[in-house]
Design a protein around this ligand. Structure first.
Ligand code: 5GP
Length: 357
């Protein structure tokens, strides 16, 4: 056994210190970035925020809304080649996701041969530390030398470097921080997300590669902290869940408000609408996609009901508005400069929650 004693931090452990700035309006802030990818040799320009490849989030509906703002979507693994026919996806703003199984790879190959315009491949497994995963990344790189490959998830510099050297352009970072993830409870494994971002970004940037901060963002402020810590892209699951375009099943519940309606002489009722949201390793997801949880493993995801949130457009505006505001507080005219302008202060309390329920 070994113990690492230096403190590792999460989003909630820090705030961003304001700095003198000559920006007079949020409108002056540009959130677009251009990246050049190490292995594929391609360039990409857009706002580097991504929808996660989760049910209710990485859907065609969400992708079509996000691409209007040049935001990116990693599509769920369950779409088959035929599903793509009628969609109007912009290939610059979507990735085709795959696991490392034979069936997954076969599906990926069929999609990419039917739709050669798609240039992003997202190789996504819960544990990016297995030898088989590295071998798979290397194989996909050989088969698709001009495609941009995203690979993850990992949380340390050594594995970030190894995956880049094996052919990944972009490394996905995060083990256990997700809103519907129970890995840390089930296994005790994980790494505080802010420190993981800082350490993996440093390792990737040294090799000319990029990282995605995946999981754990609960507010636009967390997204800003992820970019401030050095993330090139930020991936969101829970923050993009619960919208019309996710296609989830709506559940409406009637509940007692606790008030009494004098005119009608009866207790007052109200209605709330929810959407079911679940982790991709949850029992719900395994029942849906794999015919149940295999008997040698346990589920590592939760199923929750979240308040229905209407159209995703408003959420996009809210996130981008928050991020622009962060940039004006620290004097960063572009998102590219945000991390250079970021000084984190460690805190024991993030915000005043006196009126929170
Ligand atoms: P969020 O933005 O909701 O906090 O995190 C989204 C990320 O959580 C996803 O991109 C993915 O990496 C991770 N995730 C999704 N489903 C599961 C799951 O069932 N278990 C675990 N451990 N992580 C999950």
């Amino acid at each position: 056994m070994r113990m690492e004693s230096d403190i590792k931090l999460d989003f909630k452990d820090v705030l961003i210190r304001p700095k003198r700035s000559n920006l007079s309006s949020r409108k002056q802030v540009s959130l677009e970035r251009t990246y050049h990818f190490k292995h594929s040799g391609r360039s990409w320009t857009g706002i580097p925020i991504m929808a996660a490849n989760m049910d209710g989030v990485g859907t065609f509906g969400i992708a079509k809304e996000l691409q209007k703002h040049n935001l990116f979507t990693c599509l769920v693994k369950s779409y088959e080649p035929d599903d793509f026919d009628t969609t109007e996806l912009h290939p610059e703003y979507v990735a085709i996701s795959t696991g490392i199984g034979k069936k997954d790879y076969d599906r990926l190959r069929r999609i990419l041969s039917a739709y050669p315009d798609f240039r992003f491949i997202c190789i996504d497994v819960a544990n990016g530390y297995s030898e088989a995963f590295g071998d798979f990344v290397e194989k996909v790189r050989k088969d698709y030398p001009d495609h941009t490959i995203i690979a993850g998830n990992v949380v340390t510099a050594d594995m970030t470097q190894e995956l880049v050297l094996r052919g990944a352009d972009i490394i996905k970072v995060g083990i256990g921080p997700g809103s519907v993830c129970t890995t840390r409870i089930q296994t005790g494994v994980g790494y505080p997300q802010l420190s993981a971002i800082m350490e993996c970004a440093d390792a990737a940037h040294g090799l000319g590669a990029q990282i995605i901060a995946d999981g754990g963002c609960t507010s636009p402020g967390d997204v800003a902290k992820a970019f401030g810590a050095g993330a090139d892209f930020v991936m969101l699951g829970g923050m993009f869940a619960g919208h019309d375009e996710g296609g989830g099943h709506l559940i409406t519940e009637t509940y007692l408000t606790g008030r009494y309606n004098e005119a009608k002489q009866q207790p007052e009722y109200d209605k709330k609408t929810f959407v079911e949201f679940y982790g991709m390793s949850s029992e719900t997801a395994m029942d849906k996609h794999h015919g149940g949880v295999a008997d040698y493993r346990s589920s590592e995801g939760r199923t929750v009901r979240i308040p229905y949130r209407g159209e995703v457009q408003r959420t996009i505006q809210n996130i981008l508005g928050g991020l622009r505001s962060t940039c004006t507080y620290v004097g960063a005219p572009t998102l590219k400069q945000l991390s250079k302008c970021t000084t984190f202060v460690r805190v024991t309390k993030q915000y005043n929650d006196v009126f929170e329920e």
